[in-house]
Design a protein around this ligand. Structure first.
Ligand SMILES: *Cc1c(COP(=O)(O)O)cnc(C)c1O
Length: 503
């Protein structure tokens, strides 16, 4: 069930691949690069025939788990099915063949798509304008915080703190810290919602913004959001919405109407573009009128049907991404929005909430539910009772699901719930899939009671079983400071020295 590296499969006798002659005129690399930077030998690439390469990658692909294969109940990360129609639109030669340096006049269609997508996203979240540049949700948060900092700066106010609830996604405090803010934590109350008393005590003239998501990371709606917005604005701070997952409310309610000033949206979650192996994603940021002057440039503007890239925004925070964002993702998201229509998007949200509540009900006899329902598009359960009674942890439940052909839900997050298991089924799953997932949870809970030891040994059917995470963490530290050559993170040709540049 494992697959050797292509380097290990390599056979020197195989004919090299036939590549077309370079068709670029002018000097070649050897003419322009400094001489001491040129290779004296060709790179040691693997040599395989075309069928061997095809089979190697097909075997690797079959070891992969993906949303096109099975259910992916990853809480907080909306893993929806990625429609094939999106791929067809993105592959149209008029989009796929564009070059970012092309003249504006020759890319009017692409600019129009960006202009329309911006309007559609603004309509969904209730804001004035948006930038499509950020390449991920975390990048969107950072971009918005740069705009918020520029806003306060323009009013000659020195605001150094960003408030973040204890249930927030880890990227929120990370983005705030990376933008140079001091992070101040706001506590949740016993009902899993933000404590207004604690918020009151943390708000001050130093507060630049409160970062919040609603429904929050526990899948609960912050009912006092209008009071929260009033409290934040009364101190002169802004309200930031983490809109990575808009699945609970598209077409039903809007962060802009709740009083939020800025919001990022993950096209790779809510709007069905692929998550990929870490990218490319897209994390557009929408803002209310007060923040519009600070949007990254260029913006896409339309006058009398003619579209242009506009760089004339003196207060802009500047460009945050090369060129114009991950354009292929913008095409996919726009295709999804057009295919769904406004009614379709609100139906998707209603179905997502229904799926989550249905599944929550099915598993509530087997897992603890620390907060009262109903939930929104996801729910957070706990395996705490299995841990205290049988020594079975959330991690064991997650690993046992892998043997039952399900991807593991998010575990140990949010941190405020011990042994958390966070499940988000999404609207793209059928009732049959949700039923079979609930059956798997029931089976695992029964096994925890009768044979907890066997759960510690799962997964048993995958190429890799239990990893020794503690040893890995310890060794990687030794590796990074150069005290160990273990673990082996990079293939080395026989006779090649230690890869000094690897870190
Ligand atoms: C996924 C997620 C993010 C970060 O998005 P990335 O694209 O992974 O950077 C931020 N907040 C929440 C609530 C999320 O679920």
């Amino acid at each position: 069930m494992t697959e050797p590296l292509s380097f290990e499969l390599s056979r020197p006798a195989v004919d090299p691949p036939r590549l077309p002659e370079a068709d670029v005129d002018g000097p070649g690399p050897a003419d322009v690069l400094p001489h001491d930077m040129l290779r004296d030998r060709p790179p040691g690439l693997p040599r395989l025939s075309e069928p061997e390469i095809m089979r190697h990658y097909s075997r690797l692909a079959s070891l992969n788990y993906s949303i096109s294969e099975n259910f992916y109940p990853l809480g907080s990360c909306t893993m929806k099915y990625n429609p094939v129609l999106n791929e067809q639109a993105a592959a149209l030669p008029g989009f796929a063949g564009l070059h970012p340096y092309q003249d504006e006049e020759t890319v009017q269609g692409a600019l129009e798509l960006m202009w329309r997508l911006e309007r559609a996203l603004c309509a969904v979240v209730g804001v004035e304008r948006a930038t499509l540049q950020p390449a991920a949700g975390a990048h969107g948060e950072w971009t918005a915080l740069r705009m918020i900092a520029a806003f306060h700066h323009s009013r000659e106010e020195n605001r150094t703190e960003v408030l973040v609830p204890d249930s927030a996604h880890g990227t929120n405090p990370a983005s705030a810290a990376l933008s140079g803010f001091h992070v101040v934590e706001v506590k949740s109350g016993p009902d899993g919602r933000i404590s207004l008393a604690d918020l009151e005590s943390k708000l001050s003239p130093r507060t630049a913004a409160l970062m919040l998501t609603n429904p929050n990371t526990l899948g609960l709606f912050e009912r006092e959001i209008l009071d929260i917005a009033e409290m934040v604005h009364a101190t002169g701070a802004l309200l930031y919405y983490d809109g990575a997952n808009l699945n609970a409310f598209m077409g039903i309610c809007r962060p802009g109407d709740m009083g939020f000033d800025a919001v990022h949206m993950n096209l790779h979650k809510t709007f069905t573009t692929p998550h990929g192996g870490g990218g490319p994603g897209a994390g557009p940021v929408g803002v209310k009128a007060d923040l519009v002057p600070f949007l990254p440039t260029p913006t896409v503007e339309r006058t009398n049907g003619h579209l242009e890239l506009d760089y004339k925004h003196p207060q802009s925070i500047g460009r945050v991404r090369s060129f114009y964002g991950n354009f292929g993702m913008l095409v996919r998201a726009y295709t999804y929005i057009l295919a769904m229509g406004g009614d379709g998007l609100s139906q998707a949200s209603q179905d997502a909430v229904l799926s989550a509540n249905y599944l929550r009900k099915l598993v509530e006899g087997d897992l603890e539910m620390p907060h009262a329902g109903p939930c929104m598009h996801e729910f957070v359960a706990s395996a705490h009772h299995l841990t205290t009674e049988h020594g079975v942890r959330a991690l064991d439940v997650a690993k046992a699901l892998l043997d039952r052909h399900f991807y593991a839900p998010t575990v140990y997050f949010p941190l405020v719930v011990p042994e958390a298991i966070m499940v988000e089924p999404t609207e793209t799953e059928s009732k049959e899939t949700l039923d079979s997932f609930a059956r798997a949870i029931k089976e695992i809970a029964a096994e925890a009671r009768t044979d907890p030891q066997s759960l510690h040994a799962e997964p048993k059917t995958l190429p890799v079983g239990r990893l020794d995470e503690v040893a890995a963490a310890r060794k990687i530290n030794a590796y990074l400071v150069g005290q160990s050559e273990d673990p082996v993170l990079r293939w080395k040709a026989p006779g090649e020295g230690a890869p000094k540049e690897a870190c």
